[in-house]
Design a protein around this ligand. Sequence first.
Ligand code: 4GT
Length: 217
Amino acid sequence: MRKIQVITLFPEMFEGVLNSSMMWKAQDQKAVEFRMINLRDFGLGLRKRVDDTPYGGGDGMLLMAEPLFAAINDGKKFDPTAKVVLMTPRGMRWKQSLAQTWSDSNDDYIFVCGRYEGYDERIMTLVDEQVSVGDYVLTGGELPAMTIIDSIVRLIPGVLGGENSAAIESFSDGETLEYPQYTRPEVFNGLEVPKVLLSGNHGEIAKWRAENSLKAE
Ligand code: 4GT
């Protein structure tokens, strides 16, 4: 069973996503186990402080090294060989082929979600990978972490059900995005389904789909 841990100040943000049909199925099948680590639990002092101002001045607050180290160590205690993945706009751009590689590997992960203006740089001594979902800045790493977790978990064998989706996957080389699809009825509001898809000619259908597939970047 794959173990995925998440370090965050907002574990409740993950509830809806991790309890949605497919993620729930994955847990039910024992394909994956999720564990939330609340960074606040490792905050300093009575106020459970996790952030402080940057040396040298500047706007905003940074997550302090000490609570981050303690939270990551908690994750490592639970799963000593887990890879530590930092969510940051400075990371490598996430894409389908990475989702496939990470899903195929038997690695476990600890996703670290930042807040405020970022992290004390010394966290890098514990980080194995840095990933970004795109060239834009968000208020936290939670949404990127959910995106990446979803893209990995759906590719674990047995998690994704249904012939339709499996067909797309086998067609896909990881970089090819899906072709246009239609379901009943044949005509909706005067809009017709392409005739070739109703032809029963599997060769022609495959050709049409290849021609109408999008290539990633
Ligand atoms: C964007 C991304 C990300 C953020 C991204 C540290 C403080 C980072 C807030 C966090 N924004 N994280 N992973 N594009 N913001 O992936």
